[in-house]
Design a protein around this ligand. Structure first.
Ligand code: SAM
Length: 250
């Protein structure tokens, strides 16, 4: 997968060099390019924002630099052999970014991220590119950040770990909270490792039983309890028939 990020803070994307995403880059599974939007500004202050039409506080990112930056990014990507671009625009007014969104984006060949600052990007930019390619406006939560770069890190990591070959054990995301199938509407329960006793606390006996069916049922029950405590909204929307199915699957 190719990923381009256009930002006024390229250094904010440095974490894309470490850990899982860094390794995916090093092994050639991810091809990441970060661009400084100010490269496409035309005055000596490299201005990329202006006052909002209609008045009000704050500034809005101008369409000019964004248009030039995206045209150049697209031209470079196509020349390098990338195909089927999609724009990802982080914004608190976008659709909620979920595991389902991550799985859908993981099917893409090429994602171009447009993290904004100030009050966001002039709306004509997304309107223009939506005539040529899919545009995903995504929100990573019901709160407002100062800029979209942190959202790019979040989305990239969630997508990258779903790409074939990125996780050592492909099965490991199948048991995660929100994973499609048995975990779709559940949060993962507690996990334990050695030593068997730590500061006076043991681990549930069932985990030492070696009985796969009982362990699976215990995990399912813990997942349901945790979901009921922390995310009752997920349980409310779950289909009871799906719970019976989960019983059989586990
Ligand atoms: N005026 C905007 C609003 O009320 O919807 C908020 C703009 S915010 C200060 C600046 C930028 O940060 C946004 O354009 C977006 O790129 C990013 N951002 C802030 N909160 C976000 C969130 N919850 N999800 C995704 N991106 C976010």
């Amino acid at each position: 997968m190719r990923i381009d990020v256009v930002t006024i803070f390229p250094e904010y994307l440095e974490p894309l060099n470490v850990s899982l995403v860094g390794k995916a880059r090093a092994s050639g599974l991810l091809d990441v390019h970060v661009h400084d939007l100010r490269t496409w500004a035309h005055d000596r202050h490299h201005t990329v924002d202006d006052t909002p039409y209609g008045g009000g506080p704050g500034m809005v990112m101008m369409p000019g630099p964004w248009g030039e930056a995206l045209d150049q990014t697209l031209a470079d990507g196509y020349e390098a052999g990338a195909r089927r671009p999609a724009l990802v625009v982080p914004t608190p007014s976008g659709r909620p970014f979920t595991q389902e969104t991550a799985a859908a984006l993981a099917e893409a060949d090429w994602l171009i991220f447009c993290p904004a600052r100030y009050e966001g990007i002039d709306a004509r930019v997304t309107a223009e590119y939506a005539t040529r390619m899919p545009v995903h406006e995504v929100s990573i939560g019901d709160y407002v950040l100062a800029g979209g770069e942190a959202a790019v890190l979040v989305v990239t990591e969630a997508v990258a770990r779903l790409l074939p070959g990125v996780l050592g054990n492909a099965q490991s995301h199948a048991d995660d909270s929100f994973a499609p199938g048995a975990m779709a509407d559940l949060l993962e329960g507690p996990v334990f490792t050695k030593p068997p006793t730590w500061r006076g606390q043991g681990i549930p006996d069932v985990l030492l039983s070696g009985h796969h069916g009982r362990i699976a049922r215990w995990r399912r029950d813990e997942a349901i309890s945790r979901t009921a405590a922390n995310r009752p909204d997920l349980l409310r929307r779950a289909d009871p028939a799906a719970f019976n199915r989960k019983d059989r699957e586990m």
